[in-house]
Design a protein around this ligand. Sequence first.
Ligand code: AMP
Length: 218
Amino acid sequence: MRIILLGAPGSGKGTQAQKLVDRQGIPQVSTGDLLRDAVARGTELGQRAKVAMDAGELVSDDIVLGMIRERLAQPDAANGFILDGFPRNLAQAQALDGVLDELGAPLDAAVLMDVDFEVLLKRLTGRRTCSGCGRVYNVHFFPPKTGDVCDGCGGELIQRADDNEETITQRLKVYESQTSPLVSFYEDRGKLKVVPAEGEIDEVFARLEAALGVADPA
Ligand code: AMP
């Protein structure tokens, strides 16, 4: 299965992609995670990307496309992949078509995770991630039992650098202007599926699996 998860920041792409990884045994390819990793390692690419990320702007297409080409050529992506946070604009979507043509690996679907604007804001401002195990919480929707401490491993919960109000506003604007046109791009190609993505994580996942035609018959 080769799919794209489309949707605004905070629409739950990463959370749902992780659940699909567990179920389908194919990798999640998140350009946001790849970029954050490069920033944390202090590579030259990471240093170039950090400025745009901190401002809530898109990182340049050449950086992101280079990373994607390399990642999709890895052996574990041969049986499929879940693209999370890529493509983010029309130029990236067109470039992806070219990469997939070269690999002889056509896309099965682009799934839009559909969430109301007010809910997006709460999800983004409330998001906290465990610095130990990576578990994600939300102070509005599913807070930890005590303070800023992970229920699972006791690690400290931290806020992503770009989850502050100013950057969030900019990321949502960038989504509207640059990424949302991809909805009609994939609709025109007959690849679009829309999943209502508010509510419990497991409910959303059930809708996602149904949309992809991989739901359990039980
Ligand atoms: P995400 O974790 O997907 O919300 O991405 C965090 C940040 O990384 C974004 O706000 C962008 O600055 C950058 N980023 C992630 N994916 C892309 C992409 N496909 N193209 C350009 N910038 C990206």
